[in-house]
Design a protein around this ligand. Sequence first.
Ligand SMILES: C[S@@+](CC[C@H](N)C(=O)[O-])C[C@H]1O[C@@H](n2cnc3c(N)ncnc32)[C@H](O)[C@@H]1O
Length: 344
Amino acid sequence: MTANSSEPPDAAPIMILGRAFWGARTLISAVELGVFTELAQGELTLAQLRGRLGLHERGARDFLDALVALGMLHRSGGLYSNTPATAYYLDRAKPTYIGDLMELADDRGYRSWALLTAALRTGRAQSRETAGGEDLFKSMYTDEEAMRRFLRGMTGLTLPTAKAIAAAFPFEKYSTFLDVGGARGALAVQLAEAHPHLTGGVFDLPQVRPLFAEYVTEHGLTHRLSFYSGDFLTGPLPQAEILVMGHVLHDWDLETKRLLLRKAYEALPERGALIVYETLIDDDRATSAPGLLMSLNMLVDTQGGFDFTGAECVEWMLEAGFTSPSVTQLPALDGMVVGIKGTR
Ligand SMILES: C[S@@+](CC[C@H](N)C(=O)[O-])C[C@H]1O[C@@H](n2cnc3c(N)ncnc32)[C@H](O)[C@@H]1O
């Protein structure tokens, strides 16, 4: 065919996206098998890696070279090694490990997303915990192992953002914070480590307390971080100069989002700050695939949850009484919206 207007459009983007789960599954298997953790000890040949990971000869070379082509490994002179990012985030031995997020995608995501079409037709959640109309968290937390896997995954989801928030917000102006729906304490630990003058903690459902205690003890921060149990749907929020809500508002319908923002406003002292962080959708709703797909994830997983733009969050915060909320895109996938009570 000649190069003119009758030339068919490129099919490659469609063909690649339509089977993008191949790449996702390759990465998840690499995490599961410990590829990156093995390579954190040093570069290895194909035969050495095969031996250490217990891989059959047939798929091993394609698997490892696919990881090279996908940008997850380097190969030079027949030796495989981690990239700087996989060495930092996917070595299980490092405190910066986020592989639990990939394992959560495997455990819960694949199954629920297989039912996306049904969710789109019915508007109803499809995950095993929520398909009958249950609250995701209360339903999932009846199974201790499922709860652990989920909360470990949340640490993976939040760690890069937590480091970015610790650097981006003027914490020196405040002395106390509380992470509402703060799970095991991934953000709380990062804030406490980066800002030794801060004390704070996590407010979450009572079932989360032992996992928070384990995580905070591992980081040697029990003297500065506390756990407050409660249900933010039914009770007030504890007080602190800074309240944080990360990946919390997106779990709920608009009415509950507004309720949580009002509760945050009520709990803050004058000049207190609310930090909301989420995988924000761009205001034009046209370019932020991670934010829009996160919103579809809320469709398949929760009863009324959806993600939103920075401008929408600003509008809801203004309604709740906050002063001139501001939106900041952070280096990882999330953005943060900060509102102040009164003027500062
Ligand atoms: C999607 S996770 C986000 C966790 C964490 N903020 C992060 O960004 O990784 C939502 C959190 O809200 C908590 N949560 C859900 N329902 C709650 C409720 N009714 N009261 C208090 N916390 C709740 C969950 O236990 C979970 O830790």
